[in-house]
Write a protein that binds this ligand. Structure first.
Ligand SMILES: Nc1ncnc2c1ncn2[C@@H]1O[C@H](COP(=O)(O)OP(=O)(O)OP(=O)(O)O)[C@@H](O)[C@H]1O
Ligand SMILES: [Mg+2]
Ligand SMILES: [Zn+2]
Length: 473
């Protein structure tokens, strides 16, 4: 009697997809520890899928474009970060920590589209339809156009899509579904990738928009990870502190719009509400100012929008020979550079200080225009003197301590004025004397206000040392 052949297995890195015949403690490709998982190799994995368009190549001119190819949800923050609504036939992946509100958001999106007369198939792979219904009740959602099913078999889900022909499919979550012909368990790289590919291909071919929920690993990427981000058109991250009520939806990848956009929501009892004035959220100290040193307001662009955000710094005596540098919300390397400039150009002895820099509200800023704010925050904490009231700092800091120009200075000034700040420190090079056109435009805007707080004083400086002299002491 012939013995049953043991299925051939391979160890697949769940982070980068590298394969190895032996188990390895550390992936040789990406260096991740403990990421190798045994998966059965199936020869049929790369089974042919239907092509996305007509069979024969077409000349670029002959390819027909379907106009008005976006579904708008009337949740403006949501539509905007997608680049103006959900592109028909596109696939998006939305990741986020447990309990952050992924299911809530997608149910609310489904509701808006259902009201517009579109058909939604909401596939819940980790909850019963009963649980989903309870959530919907709490959110006040009840619409005939939303179809619920609790299913984990990808092939069955595909057959539902073909049968029900929805406009939007929500799959919550991709880590819970499986293809029966693949022996690996749900959530493994192979299962997640294969299921995603099947769904994306089917939806693209039939003009169905697809939203996949993905769970985030402890390292912060979507589990079953980078390789998944290539298959979908858009990748969104839903972030925020679970203990605070607001949430930030961030575009990480977008084939149909710009990335780096953020949408801001507040989690309420009746679901997620849009925050239309996000700057106010990120500033704990109002223009009235703070009485403690080390906290400054900067005007920064996140995606295409200006935000006022609060940067805080704390310096404290270091007890180890290697002083600590802890940074959250700003770029680590830039911050270290700013610290070096402070040390060399302004004579701060930071080598004996632990330095912490934090952006209030959990936003991330990665543009050099916040350098000046970071420098002033650290300086202010070090000297233990608060910043004067109502000041916003804008500027990049160079290695000689010079303040370099930033883009869209006018919009930044306007946002500062709008929120009641009355002094803006900017790079001199942004508004050289004799070239006051921009300044006039900014003041035009400001003079429209009637209150005193609507007037902004623009303070121009070329060097960090000048700013410190004039403003801090
Ligand atoms: N009864 C309730 N009243 C108010 N808020 C609630 C209630 N139940 C849940 N929430 C809020 O909804 C959040 C959970 O939202 P949701 O289930 O959409 O998150 P999720 O990202 O889908 O989570 P998971 O990863 O577990 O699927 C909770 O953290 C809580 O803030
Ligand atoms: Mg959920
Ligand atoms: Zn790897």
């Amino acid at each position: 009697m012939r013995q049953l052949k043991k299925p051939k297995t391979s160890f697949i890195c769940q982070k980068c997809g590298a394969a190895s015949p032996k188990w390895l403690g550390r992936c040789t490709e990406c260096g991740e520890w403990g990421s190798m998982l045994e998966e059965v190799i199936t020869p049929s994995i790369s089974s042919p899928r239907h092509s996305l368009s007509a069979e024969k190549p077409l000349s670029l001119q002959d390819v027909k474009v379907i106009t008005s190819s976006r579904l708008t949800t009337e949740i403006k923050e949501f539509d905007r970060i997608l680049g103006g609504g959900i592109v028909i036939g596109s696939a998006a992946l939305i990741g986020g920590d447990p309990g952050i509100g992924k299911s809530t958001l997608l149910l609310q999106v489904s509701n808006k589209l259902a009201i517009e007369g579109l058909k939604i198939l909401y596939v819940s792979a980790e909850e019963s339809v009963f649980q989903t219904k309870l959530r919907a009740q709490r959110l006040g959602i009840s619409h005939d156009n939303i179809w619920l099913v609790s299913e984990t078999n990808t092939s069955v889900i595909c057959s539902y899509i073909e049968e029900y022909k929805p406009n939007l499919v929500v799959l919550d979550s991709i880590q819970m579904v499986y293809k029966p012909e693949i022996p690996s368990s749900p959530g493994t790289l192979t299962q997640v990738r294969e299921s995603t590919m099947d769904l994306v291909y089917l939806c693209k071919r039939s003009g169905v928009s697809l939203f996949l929920v993905g769970h985030i690993t402890k390292e912060g990427s979507i589990a079953g990870p980078k390789s998944l981000e290539h298959i979908v058109d858009t990748v969104l991250y839903f972030e925020g502190d679970r203990f605070q009520s607001f949430r930030i939806l961030r575009t990480v990848k977008n084939r149909f719009g710009s990335t780096n956009e953020i949408g801001v929501f507040e989690m309420r009892d009746d679901g997620l509400a849009e925050v239309t004035n996000p700057s106010e959220l990120f500033i704990s100290s109002r223009p009235g100012g703070s009485d403690v040193g080390g906290t400054v307001i900067v005007a920064s662009f996140i995606g295409s929008r200006p935000f006022l955000v609060e940067v805080q710094a704390l310096t404290s005596r270091a007890y180890y020979s290697q002083p600590a540098r802890r940074v959250s919300g700003v770029d680590f390397n830039r911050t270290v550079m700013v610290l070096a400039v402070l040390e060399r150009r302004l004579g701060l002895t930071l080598g004996s200080q632990d330095v912490y820099v934090n952006v209030v509200g959990g936003v991330k800023i990665d543009e050099p225009a916040v350098d000046l704010g970071i420098a002033i925050a650290v300086y202010s904490s070090y000297k233990n003197k608060p910043i004067p009231r109502g000041v916003v700092f804008i500027g990049e800091v160079g290695l000689t301590g010079e303040i370099r120009a930033v883009n869209q200075i006018e919009t930044r000034i306007q946002e500062s004025a709008r929120l009641g700040f009355n002094k803006v420190v900017i790079p001199k090079v942004n508004l050289p004397t004799g070239q006051v056109k921009t300044l006039n435009k900014a003041t035009d805007y400001l003079s429209r206000g009637t209150k005193d707080t609507d007037k902004v004083e623009i303070i121009k400086h070329s060097y960090l040392s000048e700013v410190v002299k004039e403003l801090v002491w």
